[in-house]
Design a protein around this ligand. Structure first.
Ligand SMILES: [Zn+2]
Length: 77
């Protein structure tokens, strides 16, 4: 499923979308001009200055959680 940074038409900032048409900060949706998020989203460059601060905070937490899960999954009991 698509995830990554994208710039909704009316926004000056980039917002992070993850498995949803709504940004993870909850403020932005893809407009009709961005009907194909699969091609437009860029996953990475989380520290880009044009990124939305709320999305950035959240994506870092999400990545940390995903990494913690990966570590937990790799432990053989
Ligand atoms: Zn945002």
């Amino acid at each position: 499923m698509a995830q990554g940074w994208g710039q909704p038409g009316a926004s000056k900032k980039f917002h992070y979308f993850k498995d949803s048409m709504t940004s993870i900060c909850g403020k932005w949706m893809w407009g009709p001009a961005l009907s194909d998020p699969e091609n437009a989203l860029e996953d990475g460059k989380h520290e880009h200055p044009e990124n939305c601060a709320a999305c950035k905070k959240k994506v870092i937490l999400l990545e940390r959680a995903a990494n913690a899960q990966a570590v937990a999954d790799s432990i053989i009991v």
